[in-house]
Design a protein around this ligand. Structure first.
Ligand SMILES: C[S@@+](CC[C@H](N)C(=O)[O-])C[C@H]1O[C@@H](n2cnc3c(N)ncnc32)[C@H](O)[C@@H]1O
Length: 464
């Protein structure tokens, strides 16, 4: 029987697939089912049919997997912030490990490597130190709102429904951030509502209020509030900045970013400090890090400490090594490794992140780190010094193939590869495979209830 769009079927989900969707085979065709778990018996409807696979959604849960739990968040089921709240945490960790292992096997053709059990996140709720809420002039109505709402769609500020850039619902409370973040979100929502200025239309690209970004320092329990607008009107924001500083002693920085770009990114063309400091300070281990509004910093601080501990263990430093850290961000890895190495060279493209990294070295009195600004494709070939250990922590897309070639030319003894994307990790390890053996991989969970996973891989140069 041919599978068609719109068709319904009663099935038992057999496996978990990329992106955290349930997987079932219908007449030999792989069907990916949103919001379904292995062991669930469900009535599904096919929503999309492609040549080699189909997609489906659940119409009715007939019998639940034994690993299903009651999700504490009222938005579970349609919020893109975290899609796995209904799955026991221990099983999330095992599925993440399986995903890393299968990516290495199928994409990387790396079959004989130990993938350790996933390190759990120290916190499973309230763990995010950074949240971004989007403003919209026409919010998406939640199922609960649909029952009561009589008026036209109106302003909202919150998280996205996955799949579409313009579906943003009015998020009253997000359990992934510490609760004070929800009070800040509420005050900003009220201020915007009564400001008389329009929220940005995600389709019309007109309007003023664009994003609210909140950052939290775990070490000091301080907050940075970063308000992103489409135009420069500091008078419109100053009363809000003053009110937040006065009401919440935990708020230590209120920033404005201004962007005229249509793309949904919070980084402005320029930034100003409206009240308090221009950065937020958090700690990892014995070191302090000053973080600007737009710098990269791992979003789960205690989880990041576990990640970096693994990096240090896999680097096997004796104190005499020169380390090179590709994609060094605000200098976290160089600074954390500095006391166990002779010298560390960090390479990073964002000038603000390089400035943060240099300032972080000064704050921590670290003197053996040096940073090279610019795109690694251009800066790496100019470096003549051969490192003993190379640390690589690229963005989701992994390394550019030119960078892989440059890494192979550098020929360090050991490579520690940190990745937030098992697919590109597997692809890059495959490209390095002729010269480097992947000895072990440690998944570290920084994103409970989302299917994302960080991994650290230890590679050693093969004998000639
Ligand atoms: C996943 S973050 C890692 C940051 C850092 N290792 C940490 O743990 O905080 C990736 C970093 O790579 C930087 N980056 C992205 N593309 C780059 C490129 N072509 N050249 C240099 N740096 C790049 C980004 O700005 C970002 O800071």
């Amino acid at each position: 029987m041919k599978i068609k769009k719109g068709q319904c079927a009663e099935v038992e989900i057999s496996d978990i697939a990329f992106g955290g969707k349930g997987l079932v085979r219908l007449n030999g065709l792989a069907v990916f089912v949103d919001q379904a778990l292995p062991g669930d018996q469900v009535l599904i409807r096919i929503t999309r049919k492609k040549k080699n696979h189909a997609e489906a959604r659940v119409l009715e849960l007939l019998k639940a997997s034994p690993h299903r739990i009651h999700p504490p968040c009222v938005y579970s089921g349609f919020c893109g912030g975290c899609k796995w709240q209904f799955l026991e945490y221990a099983v999330q960790l095992e599925y993440k490990r399986q995903h890393v292992r299968e990516s290495l096997q199928h994409i990387g053709q790396i079959k004989d490597v130990t993938v350790h059990p996933t390190f759990p996140s120290p916190l499973t709720f309230g763990y995010r130190n950074k949240m971004e809420f989007t403003c919209t002039d026409q919010r998406w109505l939640t199922p609960a709102e649909m029952q009561h709402f009589k008026t036209e769609k109106e302003f909202g500020i919150g998280l996205h429904v996955p799949g579409t850039f313009f579906k943003v619902f009015d998020t009253k409370r997000c359990l992934l951030q510490p609760d004070l973040g929800n009070h800040l979100l509420d005050d900003v929502r009220q201020y915007i509502t009564s400001s008389g200025l329009p929220a940005y239309g995600l389709r019309s690209h007109e309007g003023f209020w664009r994003f609210l970004m909140l950052r939290h320092s775990v070490a000091h329990n301080r907050w940075m509030v970063n308000i992103v607008t489409a135009a420069d009107d500091p008078q419109a924001l100053q009363p809000l900045a003053n009110a937040l500083m006065q009401k919440f002693p935990e708020v230590s920085a209120v920033i404005q970013n201004v962007t005229s770009r249509k793309a949904g990114v919070t980084t402005g063309e320029f930034e100003r400090t409206l009240a308090g400091a221009s950065t937020l300070t958090d700690n990892i281990g014995a070191f302090a890090f000053e973080i600007s509004a737009n710098s990269f910093f791992q979003t789960n601080t205690p989880g990041a400490a576990k990640l970096y501990d693994t990096v240090k263990r896999y680097a096997q430093l004796r104190g005499s090594e020169t380390i090179m850290d590709l994609y060094s961000g605000t200098g976290t890895i160089p600074i954390l490794l500095s006391e166990a190495a002779r010298a560390v060279i960090g390479l990073e493209v964002v000038p603000g992140a390089v400035a943060d990294a240099e300032r972080n070295c000064r704050i921590n009195q670290v003197k053996n780190c040096h940073f090279v600004p610019g795109d690694i494709r251009k800066t790496l070939p100019a470096i003549t010094q051969r490192p003993d250990v190379l640390v690589i922590d690229p963005p989701r897309a992994g390394m550019h193939k030119d960078v892989v070639k440059q890494v192979l030319a550098l020929l360090p003894e050991r490579i520690v590869y940190v990745s937030c994307n098992p697919s590109t990790l597997a692809r890059d390890l495959n490209l390095l495979q002729e010269t480097y053996q992947t000895q072990e991989v440690q998944p570290v969970d920084l994103f409970p209830h989302a299917y994302h996973i960080e991994s650290v891989a230890k590679l050693v140069k093969k004998m000639a």
